[in-house]
Design a protein around this ligand. Structure first.
Ligand code: SF4
Length: 338
């Protein structure tokens, strides 16, 4: 698609007008395969289809193997069971200390403010996470504050989800102000895919909230392929950089989507051109339903070795796997871990 109708549309309208029906998405993309449709209908019963129109506009029409489409279109292969692929591969339900608080690492913890995402990524390791039982209510704040103060080693809170940028600016500001009131905190990290899938989310009010906080705010976006970063998306991200917000990117290495050193190198260069530093390249978490995105360890090693030889060191994202119960993400190259 080259005619962008939705990119600049107000982000709240886009959130309330997501594509949720496989047939609508396939029709929009001129894909008429009955096999694709029946697989998508079946797989979306377990994990619903959810695609912003601004993201759909970036997908090439008529191309059933488009790397952006593969990330969002439910597939019949999701219904297969595979050994080792489970509903909670990172043991997050165990790390859930109290509603909203997922504490796995020493100096920082995840605060999940919402279970909603703007897009449903088919490989998501939280696709089975019981958010509704774990979201903080307004009066849970006191308990969260007490939790932080009882652990002086915590200096950073990571707003995660779901996707924290699906909540309103007003609510986001409220949570940031609450965190600002705790003296020991220095950093707030926001993990979000929304600036990539609905770039107009990066509005002036949002930029103002980030730049006026006493906390150092780091926005970690999630982009897996340079085709996600069209001109408008880049201009919005660059607006954040110009306002001195630190931007990092995390990607997931996915079979059929970005499984070549060339694609990953293009992504790193594109990110760097707009001021976003490549941060992590995650090996797929073994979540039930995502086996078809998995790559063999030898292939991963080969791709990453080639990436190291292609890019200057500062543009090479760290290849990591998250292992349930470990005190940090596990770096992979040169280890036996994967
Ligand atoms: S946006 Fe993030 S949390 Fe939401 S489905 Fe995608 S990967 Fe999962």
């Amino acid at each position: 698609m080259t005619n962008y109708l939705y990119q600049e549309q107000n982000w709240q309208s886009q959130m309330s007008d997501l594509i949720t029906q496989p047939k609508e998405l396939l029709d929009l993309l001129d894909l008429s395969s009955d096999q694709l449709l029946s697989g998508a209908l079946l797989a979306s019963e377990t994990f619903k289809l959810r695609v912003p129109r601004a993201f759909a506009e970036k997908i090439e029409k008529g191309n059933s193997l488009d790397p952006l489409l593969l990330q969002v279109l439910p597939h019949h292969l999701e219904l297969e069971d595979h050994e080792g692929f489970i509903t909670d591969p990172l043991g997050e339900e165990e790390a859930n200390q109290q509603p909203g608080v997922l504490h796995k690492y020493k100096s920082r913890f995840l605060l999940t403010l919402t279970g909603a995402c703007a897009v449903h990524c088919r490989y998501c390791f939280r696709r089975h996470f019981p958010y509704q039982e774990n979201l903080p209510k307004n009066d849970d704040w006191i308990n969260i504050a007490n939790y932080i103060e009882s652990k002086p080693e915590i200096n950073e809170v990571i707003l995660s989800g779901g996707d924290p940028l699906t909540i309103s600016n007003r609510k986001l500001q409220l949570w940031i102000e609450r965190l600002e009131s705790i003296k020991q905190l220095k950093y707030v990290r926001i993990h979000s895919r929304v600036p990539v899938v609905i770039p107009s989310r990066v509005d002036d009010e949002f930029i103002s909230i980030l730049k006026n906080s006493r906390l150092r705010i780091i926005l970690v976006i999630h982009s897996n392929h340079a085709l996600e970063l069209d001109e408008y998306t880049c201009s919005k991200l660059n607006g954040l950089v110009e306002n001195k917000i630190t931007l990092l990117n995390q990607a997931v290495l996915l079979k059929g989507v970005n499984d070549s050193a060339n694609i990953l190198a293009n992504l790193s260069y594109k990110l760097f051109d707009i001021g976003v530093m490549p941060y992590y390249l995650h090996v797929l978490d073994k979540v039930k339903g995502a086996h078809h995105f998995d790559l063999e360890p030898d292939t991963i090693n080969q791709i990453y070795t080639e990436l190291l030889a292609t890019l200057p060191g500062y543009l090479v994202p760290k290849l990591v796997r998250e292992i349930a119960g470990e005190k940090n993400k596990t770096p992979l190259l040169g280890t036996e871990t994967f």
